[in-house]
Design a protein around this ligand. Structure first.
Ligand code: NOJ
Length: 575
């Protein structure tokens, strides 16, 4: 009898995929930490690794599976860490290598995976590789992209018209090397030359090093920029064409970046990086290592990042459809269309991911309205697949105004007093709000590197824990719902109900269905849900409500008459 039961158990175990086979990341909740602003452990006003380690329990509390950290490597901080001087070292402002090892160890014990930011496109100009390249050392001379420029009317000029993301020419003259070097971003971020196989190998070694230290993968920075078009036989590159609607010749959008972004070689490089992860999976065993790729690119290009029949790619090409395209006045048709864009174009067998915020974009509540914060988190957590939350969005943190004089973001500092507000990313990078104590409990020191939001006494973890329908507690309820089989494995049907109500249904045969309904605007609405979705029970149960709701959790409503208060968003289930 016992033997029979054991055999049956074994057979069942064989039939079901293990977590490793299934991929731990397929239904994971990711959380982006911007280390400078998460938690300061030593009172100098800048967040650090020990601070993160101290707060891992918070990540557990909100149900995070894995956290990706913006860069923590040695850096002169011209772009706050996205200018890496040594890809193998921790910057002292964040701590030491042993702090990093302690973080990984504790995170592993708590079953939280650490993902690092990998910045392949460029290094800092203070990186040893660049210094040697500029000096013309044989091994490094082609590590970066150099050109002697052209002479027009006796005046030396950059080789072509390419414009940097941070304004102005992509080329800066280097006195030592007597040549221009290419930088798609800041002049202190020279582009590595990916047409040199030694660079590719050097960067693969960087991946191997951190994987062997126990990280579970990388968020890859600025992927579309990695390759430029191949130079012609004379070593020259063509000018990029104009974008007619932009008149400022220093503005990145002045040109159409057909030669400096989304070159086909980039996709292959992502596959090569994935291959390194597979090698390390073989070497070290355990759970899958993963890639998350940051690319603002056309959908058909993004879908190629996933891989194809012969090569594996990024498991998580960030889905910026909503982040980049919805705004305050977007209606339910717009949202539905953008959600469909990803779901309908994704290759078979892949998983969707949903991203609504990061350290480069205005806060969700500032972009879409503070009364739509719960709705945004509901989209993120209730749509099928992977959720990616930027620190503070679970609390409803908002952009903080920072004057031109106090602005530190290079993207804004390279502009001027009239333009900087459109460009600055400082407002979304202010310190995390832990409590109503001095400096929001972020630091014990007297100052912080960016100002603390004035709303910190109302918007903070400590206070929101104690308020039943705070953004934080709504977030936690949504997170908990993700453990339901329907949420993990169910289908989705997305329906705009006119321009003002967006609804989607998650369903799985044999399980309850869940219906998210969101009234985007300020009129009271009544929707006939059973004319929108099939297979609903005549009564539906409120599973998650927000502070806009007049109904309570577990209340029942008729499917043919669901009343929605202004801006209300709810999760209902079949009964
Ligand atoms: C994208 C990063 O998210 C951004 O913060 C950075 O400035 C650029 N890449 C350059 O690395």
């Amino acid at each position: 009898m016992l033997a029979k039961a054991l055999t049956l158990c074994c057979l069942m175990a064989l039939a079901l995929p293990t977590l490793a086979e299934e991929g731990w990341w397929r239904s994971a909740q990711f959380y982006q930490i911007y280390p400078r602003s998460f938690k300061d452990s030593d009172g100098n006003g800048v967040g650090d690794l020990q601070g993160i380690t101290q707060q891992l329990a918070y990540l557990k509390e909100i149900g995070i599976t894995a956290t990706w950290l913006s860069p923590i490597f040695t850096s002169p901080m011209a772009d706050f860490g996205y200018d890496v001087a040594n890809f193998y070292e921790i910057d002292p402002v964040f701590g030491t290598m042993s702090d990093f090892e302690a973080l990984v160890q504790k995170a592993n014990q708590m079953n939280i995976k650490i993902i690092l930011d990998f910045v392949p496109n460029h290094s800092s100009d203070e990186c040893d590789w660049f210094i040697r390249s500029a000096a013309g050392e044989e091994e490094y001379k082609d590590f970066y992209v150099w050109h002697t420029g052209k002479v027009v009317n006796g005046i030396r000029q950059p080789p072509n018209n390419w414009i940097s993301v941070f304004r102005g020419s992509q080329w800066t003259w280097h006195e030592g090397r007597q040549a221009y070097y290419l930088h798609q971003f800041h002049a202190k971020q020279p582009d590595l030359n990916y047409r040199n196989p030694k660079v590719v190998e050097a960067m693969k070694d960087v991946l191997r090093f951190w994987l062997r230290k126990g990280v579970y993968g990388f968020r890859i920075d600025a992927v579309p920029h990695v390759f430029e078009v191949e130079a012609d036989v004379n070593g020259n590159w063509p000018d990029e064409p104009r974008n007619q609607y932009v008149s400022d010749p220093e503005d990145y959008a002045y040109l159409d970046h057909i030669y400096t972004t989304n070159q086909p070689e980039t996709i292959e490089l992502v596959y090569d990086f994935r291959q390194v992860l597979e090698e390390i999976d073989q070497e070290l065993g355990g759970d899958d290592r993963i890639l998350l790729t940051e690319a603002y690119a056309p959908l058909d290009v993004l879908m190629q990042y996933y891989g194809n029949d012969t090569r594996k790619g990024s498991q998580i090409p960030f889905n910026f459809e909503l982040l980049a395209n919805v705004h305050y006045d977007s209606n339910a048709f717009d949202y539905a269309q953008l959600i469909h864009n990803w779901l309908d174009n994704m290759p078979a067998g892949q998983v969707a991911n949903w991203v609504l915020g990061n350290h480069d974009q205005s806060r969700i509540g500032s972009r879409l309205g503070a009364d739509r914060i719960d709705a945004a988190n509901m989209l993120l957590l209730m749509l099928p697949g992977i959720s990616v939350t930027y620190q503070g969005e679970e609390l409803g943190m908002l952009d903080v105004f920072i004057s031109w004089e106090d602005t530190v973001d290079p993207q804004a500092c390279q502009s001027n007093e009239q333009e900087f507000e459109r460009l600055t990313r400082d407002p979304v990078r202010t310190p995390f709000q832990w409590s109503d104590e001095a400096n929001a409990g972020f630091t014990s020191g007297p100052t912080t590197w960016l100002p603390i939001s004035k709303d910190y006494k109302l918007v903070n973890v400590k206070r929101e824990r104690g308020i039943a329908l705070s953004h934080l507690n709504v977030y936690k309820q949504l997170r908990a719902l993700r453990d339901e089989p329907t949420m993990k494995d169910g289908d989705v049907t997305v329906k705009p109900i006119g321009p003002t109500v967006l609804a989607f249904k998650r369903s799985l045969p044999g399980h309850k269905s869940y219906i998210v309904v969101w009234n985007l605007n300020d009129d009271v609405e009544t929707v006939i849900l059973d004319s929108v979705f099939i297979d609903l029970t005549s009564e539906l149960r409120y599973v998650v409500v927000t502070n806009k709701s007049i109904r309570r959790k577990n209340d029942l409503t008729y499917a043919n008459s669901v009343l929605l208060m202004p801006k209300e968003v709810i999760v209902l289930s079949t009964v």
